[in-house]
Design a protein around this ligand. Structure first.
Ligand SMILES: Nc1ncnc2c1ncn2[C@@H]1O[C@H](COP(=O)(O)OP(=O)(O)OP(=O)(O)O)[C@@H](O)[C@H]1O
Length: 320
């Protein structure tokens, strides 16, 4: 849901860098129009072209502009200048889910169930709109100030009719049908949810190797080893999500997401309460105030100096 139009870089007071990605960075900014803090994702056009990500960044913007969900980061505006593309997003203050998980080592059953439920609701929402997310991993989940999930980074998302064929995503979270280039649909997100559930409960992903090719091989072999402390219901659901055969994978069957919601691992979970944020998150992030810039790290003002691109290349971004 885009709320601000006609934006210009001069309307923002630059603060610290919140994170970096492959072709740009995310800065905390103060918007002079309303005095509030936002996260501004800055993507260098030259890098976007060089890394052949033009379509991906356009999709990221288009998808984020059309969705509105409590567990998806809210896009507040988008604009560009000669050097960069800018996505103005709500500032998600509770930190990366990834860091919370690494700090804890692994999460208890109830904690994992809660996050799995919020992510499942995001997929339910996206899939209803024929949007595949395709990049689930702990790094792409942020926590809000109360500890609710905010899914971010829609660079790999795609609006589909039925199936799509591109190889994308993070090796550890790829479904077999992606590796085998068989074309893939919504089921890839359910596979990734299985990987996430496993990683939350174990503290490490189910298929791991130093080398991406080794990871692919393990995914295709499909052997799952569960640590002793997994309960039988979590194991059962994970096995059903990590089923190589698409026609047998839970979430992708006739019952759709309801099969997952009704699974025994979720017994007693109030799904409506989770969606309406009535169920309290298991972790309350310790957040600093929006105005505390004690971490402020002065980045050179020339941060926006991506390499200039020529006029013809600028045309690639007319519909951003
Ligand atoms: N709305 C936000 N609020 C607070 N921090 C954010 C926000 N969006 C992104 N970040 C921080 O910036 C980091 C990079 O953001 P993001 O993953 O969207 O960038 P990216 O360029 O797409 O990264 P990648 O190269 O991994 O795809 C995040 O991991 C997070 O720490």
């Amino acid at each position: 849901m885009v709320v601000a139009e006609g934006l210009k870089l001069t309307e923002f007071e630059m603060k610290e860098t919140l994170g970096t990605g492959s072709f740009g960075r995310v800065r905390l900014v103060r918007f002079r129009r309303d005095g509030r803090h936002y996260a501004l994702k800055i993507l260098k056009k030259a890098e976007v072209i060089h890394l052949k990500q033009v379509e991906h960044v356009k999709t990221e913007k288009q998808v984020l502009a059309q969705v509105s969900h409590p567990f998806i980061v809210n896009l507040c505006g988008a604009f560009q200048d000669a050097l960069n593309l800018y996505l103005l997003m709500e500032y998600v203050i509770g930190g990366e889910f990834f860091s919370h998980l690494r700090r804890a080592g692994r999460f208890p059953n109830d904690t994992s169930r809660f996050y799995a439920a919020e992510v499942a609701l995001v997929f339910e929402y996206l899939h209803k709109r024929s949007i595949l997310y395709r990049d689930l991993k702990p790094e792409n989940i942020l926590l809000d100030r109360d500890g609710h999930v905010k899914v971010t980074d829609f660079g790999f998302a795609k609006q589909v009719e039925y199936r799509t064929w591109t190889l994308c995503g993070t090796p550890e979270y790829l479904a077999p049908e992606i590796i085998l280039s068989k074309g893939h649909g919504k089921a890839v997100d359910w596979w990734a949810l299985g990987v996430l559930c496993y990683e939350m409960l174990a503290g490490y992903p189910p298929f791991y190797d130093e080398d991406p090719l080794g990871i692919y091989q393990k995914i295709l072999e499909g052997k799952l080893k569960f640590p002793w402390h997994f309960d039988r219901h979590s194991k059962d659901l994970i096995k059903k999500l990590l089923t190589a055969d698409l026609t047998k994978r839970i979430g992708n069957l006739k019952g759709g997401v309801d099969d997952i919601k009704k699974h025994k691992w979720f017994t007693g979970l109030d799904w409506q309460g989770v969606l309406s944020m009535q169920v309290s998150p298991p972790i309350k992030p310790s957040v600093r105030s929006d105005h505390d810039t004690s971490n402020f790290e002065k980045y050179p003002d020339s941060f926006e100096e991506g390499a200039p691109i020529d006029k013809r290349d600028q045309e690639l971004f007319v519909d951003f």
